[in-house]
Design a protein around this ligand. Structure first.
Ligand SMILES: Cc1cc2nc3c(=O)[nH]c(=O)nc-3n(C[C@H](O)[C@H](O)[C@H](O)COP(=O)(O)OP(=O)(O)OC[C@H]3O[C@@H](n4cnc5c(N)ncnc54)[C@H](O)[C@@H]3O)c2cc1C
Length: 291
């Protein structure tokens, strides 16, 4: 027989776990959180730098410490890690895959809290070869913070959003030294005053109005070709970090009156504290709709 729940939350990041905590605190027991990673906590789990927790807990924590606190707040609830939602129908049936295979759950209310992801190289039309060592900030953070692995030592960074500076911090953690940041626009994309602070503090040369046209290298990255004002040049490097251009992670989901959303899936890229509040507010809306 198909499993039935009052509420299923898809995504165990700050938004999803905050919603779960709120629902449970208000007496909801027929509740399941589905998280595709082996451990819940979302992006903060692999953001090893500080900058988390203030808006939600009035503490200044690293990402992993914040994620730990989120997990602690939902202890005892039905959090299914290692489980991916593959799709859903408008009438509330979720198709899932876990270690045991495929399955279905019917939910009266669904909260989509699946966050966002950076646009990878494949979707950016960068020419050249396909060597190893080209990755998003998120993937880099998994290498560095979750596996203590140094995928390269002198990469270039494409983009200058706030997350691009987070990439620099991540690099520093294992002594990786980015050789340049490359920005298509005429100025740094991170909002002021972050752009000034970043330039002063991080000290990586920023090449503005420049575009990576080609990645060069057979097995690993050897250089990138860039174009600035119609002129092409090469920068020697051994990796490429493609940063930012966040897109919501919601391709497989239907919409409907019983479907709610919270966190970055709505508007990339908010802070983790804003997403945490979003989750709490969404939980209240769900409870009101059920009463
Ligand atoms: C590099 C970087 C640095 C950052 N630094 C800071 C900072 O210093 N301070 C700060 O406040 N914020 C920071 N942020 C932002 C913060 O991490 C996000 O705002 C926050 O994590 C968003 O929470 P969320 O719950 O909406 O999504 P996420 O944290 O992305 O969580 C979504 C979860 O949904 C899961 N999921 C997705 N699809 C499925 C599916 N189909 N089935 C099952 N599960 C699924 C994912 O595995 C993930 O665990 C940073 C973000 C990045 C990328």
């Amino acid at each position: 027989m198909m499993e039935q729940r009052d509420v299923v939350i898809i995504g165990g990041g700050p938004a999803g776990l905050s919603a779960a905590r709120r629902l449970a605190a208000r007496g909801m027991s027929s509740l399941t959180v589905i998280e595709r990673e082996p451990v819940a906590g979302g992006i903060p789990r692999h953001c090893g730098h500080v900058g988390f927790g203030w808006q939600s807990h009035r503490r200044i924590w690293s990402g992993p410490r914040f994620a730990e606190e989120l997990r602690r707040s939902v202890e005892g609830l039905d959090i299914r890690t290692g489980t991916t939602v593959l799709g859903m129908s408008a009438d509330g049936v979720l198709r899932i895959r876990d270690r045991g295979g495929l399955g279905e759950i019917r939910a009266r209310r669904i909260l989509i809290a699946t966050g966002t992801r950076e646009t990878p190289r494949a979707a950016r039309f960068i020419g050249g070869s396909r060597p190893a060592g080209v990755m998003t900030t998120g993937a880099l953070q998994q290498h560095v913070y979750l596996h203590a692995h140094r995928p390269f030592s002198k990469p270039v960074i494409i983009g200058t959003e706030l997350v691009s500076f987070s990439a620099i911090l991540t690099c520093r953690h294992l002594g990786i030294r980015p050789v340049a940041m490359i920005e298509e626009g005429p100025r740094i994309s991170a909002p002021r005053p972050g752009d000034l602070v970043a330039r002063l503090v991080y000290g990586v040369p920023v090449l503005l109005s420049s575009r990576v046209t080609k990645i060069i290298g057979t097995h690993s990255v050897e250089a990138v070709e860039i174009e600035t004002a119609g002129r092409r040049s090469r920068i020697a490097c051994d990796g490429v970090i493609v940063t930012g251009r966040f897109v919501p992670e919601r391709a497989v989901f239907a919409q409907g009156p019983n479907v709610f959303t919270a966190g970055n899936v709505n508007a990339p890229l908010k802070t983790s504290g804003q997403c945490w509040r979003d989750g709490r507010d969404a939980a209240d809306l769900i409870l009101a709709s059920l009463s």
